[in-house]
Ligand binder design. Structure first.
Ligand SMILES: Nc1ncnc2c1ncn2[C@@H]1O[C@H](COP(=O)(O)OP(=O)(O)OP(=O)(O)O)[C@@H](O)[C@H]1O
Length: 250
């Protein structure tokens, strides 16, 4: 079964037609990069996969988005349940004003989990998975704001992992980070794909080619080309893709 299967998706911000007939499939445990010039609809599409656009007034979607075979826009879908399966990491690290431990425990607590041994194990495991353990193990009760930006971003990744999602959406997760932190996040993405399916929006072509199995090139609300990353970066079919990856526009 496909992990993500979007068919004939159109999306509007009021009258503005932001996504045009998108068809997009992702297999389990793959990393897919969404690339394309600013304003072409990458983030809009990413946010459709965990219904983040529902929060914006005047928006409308047609078509279907299936996550693990379930139509996530069907009336019986609970958005809170969906977001347990489809986690998200944003461009700027956004830890809560809580301790390092409580940031990661948060999703478990709001989901009603009370078993403190389970919470502790899950928090430690998630921080380890996010490649942050060695840096924070002696200060789990300190404020998350005392961490560096790169550490905060890995903490946000740990927070997303704690509730065991199937899919992790990442919207330019390294764009606010220095090169060393960026490299750590990229290594982490590589590790995480053993257990998760990851969709990442990035403006950094090297990053897309380093971290992803497949790459989707968007332009003016259309999915122009979607293929193996090596193919997109060495021998794309479309002129528009070629122009973008070689830096001729965008
Ligand atoms: N909340 C909104 N209300 C109205 N229009 C919006 C809204 N968010 C995005 N848009 C428009 O939809 C289009 C796609 O935006 P989106 O943020 O998805 O692009 P993007 O490819 O992710 O861009 P960037 O690379 O700059 O983040 C743009 O023209 C944008 O102006």
């Amino acid at each position: 079964m496909l992990t993500i299967d979007a068919k004939n998706v159109d999306f509007y911000y009021s009258d503005f037609h932001a996504l045009k007939n998108i068809n997009f499939e992702v297999e389990k445990n793959k990393v897919v990069a969404l690339i394309g010039p600013s304003g072409c609809g990458k983030s809009t599409f990413l946010r459709l996969i965990n219904r983040m656009n529902d929060l914006i007034d005047g928006t409308r979607m047609t078509g279907t988005v299936l996550v693990e075979g379930k139509d996530i826009y069907a009336p019986n879908i609970h958005v809170d349940e969906l977001r347990k399966e489809v986690g998200m990491v944003f461009q700027k690290p956004n830890p809560f004003p809580k301790s390092i431990f409580e940031n990661v425990a948060y999703g478990l607590r709001v989901n009603g989990i009370k078993d403190s041994t389970f919470i502790e194990e899950r928090v430690i495991e998630s921080i380890k998975s996010a490649a942050l353990w060695d840096e924070v193990k002696d200060k789990l009760n300190k404020s998350a704001f005392a961490l560096s930006g790169g550490q905060q971003q890995r903490l946000c990744i740990a927070r997303a992992l704690a509730i065991s999602p199937k899919v992790v959406l990442m919207d330019e997760p390294a764009s606010a980070l220095d090169p060393i932190s960026t490299a750590k996040v990229e290594e982490l993405i590589h590790e995480l794909k053993k257990d998760y399916t990851i969709i990442i929006v990035t403006h950094n072509m090297q990053q897309a080619s380093r971290v992803s199995d497949k790459t989707a090139y968007f332009y003016l609300g259309e999915l122009i080309e979607y293929d193996e990353t090596t193919k997109i970066f060495t021998n794309p079919t479309e002129h528009s893709t070629q122009n973008y990856i070689t830096g001729r526009f965008g």
